[in-house]
Design a protein around this ligand. Sequence first.
Ligand code: 5GP
Ligand code: ZN
Length: 114
Amino acid sequence: MMDDCIFCKIVKGEIPSTKVYEDEQFYAFKDIAPVAPVHVLIIPKKHIAGIASLTEADRPIAANMLFVIQKVAAQLGLTDGFRVVFNTGEKAGQTVHHMHAHLLGGKEMAWPGV
Ligand code: 5GP
Ligand code: ZN
């Protein structure tokens, strides 16, 4: 846990959030500024700054995260498609340096859109 990390505070319940899913390793909650009808953030409870900071010890978290995304997408009824985004680093638009997957759905999405 990092004292000055807003997502660690959300995991600890020190900042309120709208929970969508939780298990031993992960927490998922609604984004405060949604850019799609469904916009959920999925985070490991362990503080990892981002994909670029993953270590070998994080391999189980990295692997399990995709399955949690699958589970949350199914729970939210995103049967006709969804998008998963990991902004990684400042230039890619990462503003919170606690690894998170944006799960986006509920609308037609264009590609490429970067
Ligand atoms: P990033 O830009 O780092 O990829 O995404 C960070 C996301 O976290 C943004 O979409 C932003 O709206 C969301 N966010 C930032 N602070 C909070 C917060 O306090 N609560 C919630 N629910 N979402 C937040
Ligand atoms: Zn954190």
